[in-house]
Design a protein around this ligand. Structure first.
Ligand SMILES: Cc1cc2nc3c(=O)[nH]c(=O)nc-3n(C[C@H](O)[C@H](O)[C@H](O)COP(=O)(O)O)c2cc1C
Length: 160
């Protein structure tokens, strides 16, 4: 496992965002983790490969949900990433998922659940329930994202 000198966990957040809502959510999580002493790398999904999670103790995906009329609900740039993620061995790592959606849709923020399933398939341990945000994050969402960060850190400490 990757550890800093103080035996503190490190985190990696990969996000997909079309209009900025999920990017902001990812940045809120990054800031919350860093405020709590966890060095956190933030990468846009099309610039990342799932195997990058091998270098982190806490793995986070933040993704919007996008239904194109077909069965797909993942961001287009997330489809390969999703398949690659499922095929990894991330045992010993903690994961959390979050993202923006729109309550107007029946499949509200379903990508948050789908990425959680992919992490589970990869053998990672869920450190916090997924946080689904309706459009842009508001004060209550920010509180929930800070709790999410706390729970991920606590879960990583337990696994270490
Ligand atoms: C064509 C289209 C389809 C969408 N489908 C869904 C959907 O199935 N479920 C959902 O929760 N949100 C859906 N959304 C809403 C987006 O997920 C929402 O606007 C989100 O805030 C976008 O996040 P971003 O700003 O990070 O890109 C859809 C948006 C568009 C434009």
């Amino acid at each position: 496992m990757t550890k800093t000198e103080e035996n503190m966990a490190t985190a990696k957040i990969v996000y997909a965002s079309m209009t900025g809502n999920t990017q902001e959510i990812a940045e809120i999580v990054q800031e919350a983790l860093e405020d709590r002493g966890v060095p956190t790398e933030l990468t846009e999904m099309s610039q990342a490969v799932a195997a990058d999670f091998a270098d982190a103790d806490i793995c986070v995906v933040a993704a919007y949900t996008y239904s194109d009329g077909g069965p797909g609900l993942l961001p287009e740039e997330g489809e390969d990433f999703y398949d690659d993620l499922r095929a990894l061995d991330l045992s010993g790592k903690v994961f959390g998922t979050t993202g923006s959606g729109d309550r107007f849709y029946d499949d509200f923020a379903t990508a948050v659940d789908m990425f959680a399933d992919a992490f589970t398939a990869a053998g990672a341990t869920k450190g916090a329930e997924g946080v689904k945000v309706d459009l842009a994050a508001e004060a209550e969402d920010i509180d929930n994202l800070e709790i999410f960060a706390d729970q991920l850190i606590a879960a990583a400490a337990k696994l270490a």
